[in-house]
Design a protein around this ligand. Structure first.
Ligand SMILES: Cc1cc2nc3c(=O)[nH]c(=O)nc-3n(C[C@H](O)[C@H](O)[C@H](O)COP(=O)(O)OP(=O)(O)OC[C@H]3O[C@@H](n4cnc5c(N)ncnc54)[C@H](O)[C@@H]3O)c2cc1C
Length: 418
């Protein structure tokens, strides 16, 4: 089934009876060439690019719940390529380019909206840091414009420019940044992978990884054993637990991150705004809800919900930045489990000492925008056994050797500070 404007009109006029299921509900086969553990954004995009770019189709995605029920459906949907350090910058740049062709590639409306992202700054020192970041972005081939206070006011007139705690000095404007509809991204990749023959197996939890003589042989699941020549662990906040099934300890802590949405409002915020000093970022969904979030809850946890002190902190930051937000009613809040690394940057690597076992993890709270490039690079690694050039520095051993540490924020080796 192909989507098109014509199909929408036809279905609209004939009772919407012609829409089929978006993917096959596959049952596990005894054996595959490759298994991806985890049906989130990264797992599904890995399967899609394994099939599309490398012609591997005897593969399965094994998901313990339902596709897209993890962080890929819980994030605040921000997509950007505004990284400073080499290693990160070319990867996110590659990802943004994939986003820009994604809907056409998947024939799926993921509602990618390049409405522009503005990161505010509040001191001379911060302005210098953002000027350097902007230069790095431009050198990487991405876009960045340094705005002064009046420039910010022109774009975001509703901010409180009189507040004295964090006076607005200006902002770094990234016009190609924006948002996408998070669960549609999971569904689009799922549909694309399924159409290419990939089995998507839901309600199937991996409980162990079979390894014999240093070679991966398959996985044990709640629906029985499945053999495989290659296994990719792509389970976001559960990375530590699943890697432990292979006897490996990862440099990862799992932390909770919350987000919030208000009732639907008429269009009022037409950019993504990030207020780093207050730990607050916001955009408006196409349905009208103001979608916003803040920082981690600051303690390690596997709970997919957060606590009240962080809710209070986020509301406080929102009120400081744009007092008008106090009139909106918050409808819902939720939490997701973040796989936080010591330098805030991810891993796409082989698991040392186990042939055929690979891992893609450590996306912290920024992995949604990485979904296309992560799948692209993980598929490349699994298919060719070599690292893709855009993800060449995402190695596990960097936290042991200190070489290629990608500490974007300069906060050092502390998981919950990135
Ligand atoms: C509140 C919040 C806001 C965020 N905001 C942004 C943002 O604005 N921009 C951005 O870029 N990123 C953001 N992120 C981060 C982003 O959502 C994550 O980094 C990314 O989604 C993680 O990758 P994933 O999609 O593959 O994870 P998930 O969707 O969590 O996928 C992992 C899957 O693995 C499955 N799994 C786990 N264990 C097993 C097992 N044993 N067997 C089988 N399956 C298993 C899980 O059920 C899950 O479905 C945010 C996250 C949260 C929670």
């Amino acid at each position: 089934m192909r989507f098109s404007g014509w199909k929408v009109i036809k279905e609209g006029l004939s009772g919407n009876k012609g829409w089929g299921a978006h993917w096959r509900d596959a049952q596990p086969k005894p054996e595959y060439d490759a298994i991806i553990i985890g049906g989130g954004g990264h797992g599904l995009s890995t399967a899609y690019y394994l099939a599309k770019n490398h012609g591997l189709t005897n593969i399965a995605v094994v998901e313990k719940g339902y596709l897209g029920g993890g962080n890929v459906g819980r994030n605040t949907t921000i997509v950007r390529a505004n990284y400073f350090l080499q290693g990160n910058s070319e990867f996110y740049s590659h990802s943004l380019k994939l986003w820009e062709g994604l809907e056409e590639d998947l024939n799926y409306n993921v509602m990618h909206s390049q409405r522009g992202l503005i990161n505010l700054f509040h001191s001379d020192g911060q302005r210098d840091a953002f000027a350097r970041r902007g230069n790095m972005m431009v050198n990487q081939g991405d876009d960045a414009i340094l705005l002064d206070r009046e420039g910010v006011r022109k774009h975001l007139p509703y901010l409180d420019f009189e507040q004295t705690r964090f006076p607005i000095f200006g902002g770094l404007y990234h016009p190609r940044g924006g948002t996408a509809r998070h669960d549609a991204v999971a569904w689009g990749y799922a549909r694309g992978a399924s159409d290419r023959g990939v089995d998507l197996i839901q309600n199937c939890e991996v409980t162990d990884i079979d390894i014999e003589g240093g070679v991966v042989k398959g996985v044990q699941t709640t629906r029985g054993p499945i053999k495989a020549k290659k296994v990719g662990i792509v389970v976001a906040g559960r990375s530590g637990q699943v890697a432990a099934m292979a006897g490996r300890r990862l440099p990862i802590e799992s932390h909770v991150l919350q987000a919030f949405v208000t009732e639907g409002l008429k269009p009022v915020i037409d950019h993504v705004v990030s207020f780093g000093m207050g730990h607050f970022y916001i955009s408006q969904s196409d349905k009208g809800g103001l979608v916003f979030g803040g920082d981690l809850d600051f303690y390690a946890s596997y709970a997919q919900r957060g606590n009240l002190p962080m809710k209070e902190h986020v509301m406080d930051a929102g009120m400081t930045l744009m007092p008008m937000i106090g009139k909106a009613k918050v409808l819902r809040s939720w939490g997701g489990i973040m796989d936080m690394t010591p330098d805030g940057s991810p891993f796409i690597d082989k698991m040392d000492g186990v042939d055929g076992l690979f891992i893609d993890c450590g996306w912290n709270y920024g992995g949604f925008k990485a979904v296309p490039a992560s799948g692209w690079c993980m598929a490349h690694l699994m298919a060719t056994d070599t690292h893709h050039e855009a993800a060449a520095k995402f190695r596990l051993d960097r936290t042991r050797t200190g070489v290629n540490i990608l500490d974007e924020e300069g906060t050092g080796s502390q998981h919950n500070l990135h």
